[in-house]
Design a protein around this ligand. Structure first.
Ligand SMILES: [Zn+2]
Length: 345
């Protein structure tokens, strides 16, 4: 059953990618007309205003009209536009846009509509060095390139924010016993996956201006749970990073936990929901949602705190994924996206 649904998702993503790469005969579909540098853009997906009042346009048609090459990567669930030495990457259901140097939170998440990536108009136009004019009486949007080089004006501004990332386990307890965390069916140690994700997310968050404290640097220098949480007391948020495990190896998916007795439970759940959304959108694993539980490491925190379980290391499929750099990157991007969206809320 699970295998079937994974195969279906895989086929669906390949199909979407196929459509993206080989657009069907383009034709305008009612709605608002988009003009780029005076030329009408022929699209097969109508512009619309989304639930938060942002005008969403099909990225491919606008970008191509401006001379960009557009590429959909089904495997990484991301699209990229590129011209000369400028590339911009986005993912469906994510507010994060990335160039090679920096990332920004868009005012609205990319949406998939008729297998097209829809993107907030003003964001994409301004990033690509264009001005936008709305001619209401003609129901037209005019996009004019103003001669400027494309550049991402970083809206993901985390300057002044301090974030503690806690890669779980990797700890020698006072009795001299080593804690590697859960161990996967082929012997992969959880502490290793947690550390790789934390280190990559730390880089991404620092690029956005945040101060990031990672509670351990290697496989063995983890502190006690109370000492880890104590690091959070001067920070804005605390996120502990783990891999889930269960005796039933069929269990799979992403979950974010909060400490149920926390006086900040509401604040913790809010942080958890942004992180859960970001990581699920980026990793594409089953969404197990936000879950309340008893967590010693969170219990000691005095700031909004949650514990991310990226996937199940006890599940052979997810353990295999955890060995791939793509999975680590996607988990780190999803976590960064979630944290960025939390602070931009
Ligand atoms: Zn763990």
């Amino acid at each position: 059953m699970k295998r079937k649904s994974i195969a279906f998702l895989l086929m669906l993503s390949l199909f979407c990618g196929f459509l993206f790469l080989f657009p069907i005969t383009a034709q305008a579909v009612g709605g608002v007309g988009i003009y780029v540098n005076g030329e009408k853009v022929q699209t097969d997906t109508a512009t619309y205003v989304n639930g938060t009042g942002h005008t969403m346009v099909p990225l491919r048609f606008v970008a191509e009209a401006l001379g960009y090459f557009c590429h959909w990567d089904a495997r990484q669930n991301q699209c990229q536009i590129q011209k000369d030495d400028f590339t911009l990457q986005m993912r469906p259901n994510s507010k994060l846009a990335k160039t090679e140097e920096k990332s920004a939170v868009m005012p609205a998440a990319c949406e998939l509509k008729n297998d097209r990536i829809m993107i907030p108009l003003r964001f994409v136009a301004e990033t690509l060095g264009c001005s936008v004019t709305w001619l209401e009486q003609y129901n037209r949007i005019l996009i004019e390139w103003n001669g400027q080089k494309p550049q991402l004006t970083s809206e993901l501004d985390l300057s002044g924010k301090t974030i503690v990332l806690d890669p779980g386990h990797g700890y020698w307890n006072p009795q001299g016993l080593y804690d590697p965390g859960a161990v996967g069916p082929t012997g992969l140690q959880e502490q290793k996956v947690n550390l790789a994700i934390a280190k990559r997310a730390a880089v991404l968050l620092q690029e956005s201006g945040a101060t990031v404290i990672v509670t351990r640097e290697n496989a063995e220098d983890g502190m006690s749970l109370a000492a880890r949480a104590a690091q959070a007391n001067t920070a804005d948020i605390f996120v502990s990073i783990h891999c889930n495990a269960n005796d039933n190896s069929a269990y799979q998916g992403t979950a974010t936990y909060c400490h149920s007795d926390s006086v900040r439970l509401k604040a913790d759940l809010e942080l958890a929901s942004y992180i859960q959304d970001g990581v699920v959108a980026s990793l594409g694993r089953k969404d197990l949602g936000e879950i309340k539980g008893w967590f010693n490491v969170l219990r000691h925190c005095k700031v909004p705190a949650c514990l991310l379980e990226v996937a199940f290391i006890s599940n052979p499929t997810e353990e295999k994924l955890m060995k791939e750099t793509t999975f680590i990157e996607n988990a780190a991007v999803g976590l960064t996206n979630g944290i960025g969206a939390y602070f931009a809320r």
